[in-house]
Structure formats: C-alpha cells, structure tokens
Design a protein around this ligand. Structure first.
Ligand code: PBG
Ligand code: ZN
Length: 325
C-alpha cells in the first residue's frame, strides 16, 4: 500500500497559520542594552567599529536614556571606559568612576523606571589590560577577587540593581555575594557571565573599551571553546555560589551551550550577542549582502529557541525603533 505523504507544509500556508503555531515569541521586556560611559561632559562619540554604538558622558547618557525609555528599553548594562589605568585597576572601585557617577545620575533622574546593571571587570582599568591582577604574566585568581568585590560594591552603593562579573575568576560570585551582603546590599542581584569563552568575537569591543591585553591572551581564565561539559560546569558552579542569573557569552556560535545550560539549571539564563557578531551583521547589511532586519531577527529567535530567557544586544535600539519585533 502506498503511504500518504505527510505534509508539514499545510501548517506553513500563510502568515496566520504560521503565527498561530509559532513556538517562540520575543518581548521587549527580555532585552538588555549595553552602553559605554566615560568621564567628562557633553561627549557623544560614535564608535567606528560598531555602527550605532557610542561613548557617552553621564550628562549625554541621561539624554540618550530618555530616548531609550520612550522606545521601551529600560534595562541597561553599563561599561566604564577611559578611566585611569593602573597595575591593579583600582580606579574601578572609586565612588567617582564614570560608571558610579552615571548610575547615580540615572537613578536620580529616572528612579525605578530604569533597571541598572553594571559590568564588573578590571580589564578596562588595568594598564596591562587583563581582567585580574598580573604577576609574571599570569593572572592571579584570589588577589583579584577582592578588587572585583570592591568594584561590585562601589556600583551597588551608587545604586546599581544588579552587578555582572565578566572576569571569569574562580569564586568571584561567592566573593561578591559576601561583600554585598556584609554591606547591607543583600538585594543587589548578581548576573554572572557564568560561561564565558575566550573568543575572537570580542574584537570590536576591546577597541571600544580600550581593554585589550597588552601581552598574551585571556585563555588562562576565559573558557576553551572546544569544551561543552566544562561550559555547563562553569555555570552550575556559579549557581552554587549564589548567582541570581546565568549567562552564555558569546551567544551566536554557542547555541548548543545555551540549550544545555537551560536544560540543567532553573535559573533565568541570559546570552550576550557580542560586538563581533553585531559588527559583522551591521557591515554585511551595509555591504548589501544580507537583509539587516531579517538576519537580526533570525539571530534573536535562534537565541530564544536555544533557551535564552534574556538577550543582551546592541541591536535592540534598531529593533524597537523600526518595529521589528
Ligand atoms: C570585559 C568584557 C568583554 C566583553 C564584555 N565584558 C571583553 C573581554 O572579555 O575581552 C565583550 C562584549 C562584547 O564583545 O560585546 N571582560
Ligand atoms: Zn575583563
């Protein structure tokens, strides 16, 4: 007997039926927008390697955030750039850092309409560009924890809702949690960059943040991209240490890792659509090689389908401005 053809195409006939059975949806609520803040006044400096992304001083940042709030962007991940660089990166925990100043300004201006997350890492503050304290070309783990905890504390005191350590030192989530709790900041949450790979996809960012290592690379602390078991282990360790949310970074080449962590942890999972993939998409679109809207949304749904609850992306301003959701 001839078998009837099984026809999944019936449910793809038109947009109505496709919309009805779509397995994933995206909401603007699930996006975080990364921004770069520097000291000074009246600075709004576009970054050539990342079209659409700029450095802001605290005053112009406030203006830009007014625009973002109108679009529905109300969760920011703040990076500090252009600070004084020292051997141990101690300007990172100053109450007068660009990040601390900006957080305080934004909080005063917008109150709880804005959810403020700060990147916690030393690489933009050390003169060698590594994410921790350096000795004989090796990044020391435990001495870095104190500095990272102090940086997190400075941000939390300035008013950050959540701190996001991106250094990949062992034990930093526990160290930061303890430091915050000891200072009556038990409500400040931790979004851990829990599974972060040593990746060439961070290329444009390192120019933006002026945070490239002067010598060597980050392979003795960030993860080896050949490893999937270790990727899961890293996130589960951070869960044990008290992270409130986990993250996979980069996102696009690591969808398998997103899926695996989602299946093995009940914590909300974020992914970071990093500078390299952003710039690649922007430049390919500019060159007429791809349709920007289509490729951006295909990537966003890929993150969601893989299991990401939250997406950190430079694209979200374009997405909402142009009604791509
Ligand atoms: C700092 C940090 C980096 C990124 C976020 N935090 C760079 C790095 O680890 O070298 C990358 C962000 C991006 O590429 O968009 N540790
Ligand atoms: Zn770093």
């Amino acid at each position: 007997m001839i078998q009837p053809i099984i026809r999944p195409r019936r449910l793809r006939k038109n947009g109505l039926i496709r919309g009805m059975i779509a397995e994933n949806t995206l909401s603007k609520d699930a996006f975080i927008y990364p921004m770069f803040v520097t000291k000074g006044k009246n600075i709004h400096r576009p970054i050539a390697s990342m079209p659409g992304v700029s450095h802001f001083s605290p005053d112009t940042l406030v203006k830009e955030v007014e625009v973002l709030l109108k679009l529905g962007i109300n969760k920011l991940l703040i990076f500090g750039v252009g600070e004084e660089k020292t051997e141990t990166g101690n300007s990172s925990n100053s109450a007068n850092s660009a990040v601390a100043t900006a957080i305080a300004r934004l909080r005063a201006e917008f109150g709880s309409d804005l959810y403020l997350i700060t990147d916690v890492c030393l690489c933009a503050y050390t003169n060698h560009g590594h994410c921790g304290v350096l000795a004989d070309d090796y990044v020391l783990n435990d001495p870095s924890l104190e500095l990272l905890s102090d940086m997190a504390l400075a941000h939390a005191k300035a008013g950050a809702d959540m701190v996001a350590p991106s250094d990949m030192m062992d034990g930093r989530v526990a160290a930061i949690r303890e430091k915050l709790d000891d200072n009556d900041l038990g409500n400040t949450a931790i979004l851990s960059y829990s599974t972060k790979f040593a990746s060439a996809y961070y290329g444009p960012f390192r120019d933006v943040a002026d945070s490239a290592p002067q010598k060597g690379d980050r392979q003795s602390y960030q993860m080896d991209f050949r490893n999937g078991n270790e990727a899961l282990r890293e996130s589960l360790l951070d869960e044990e240490e008290g992270a409130d949310m986990l993250m996979v970074k980069p996102a696009l080449a690591y969808l398998d890792v997103i899926q695996r962590i989602k299946q093995n942890s009940l914590l909300p999972l974020a992914c970071y659509n990093v500078s390299g993939t952003y710039s690649m998409v922007k430049n390919a679109a500019k060159a007429g090689l791809v349709d920007e809207r289509k490729i951006v949304m295909e990537n966003m749904y890929a993150f969601k389908r893989a299991g990401a609850d939250v997406i950190i992306t430079y694209h979200i301003k374009d997405i909402l401005q142009n009604n791509w959701l």
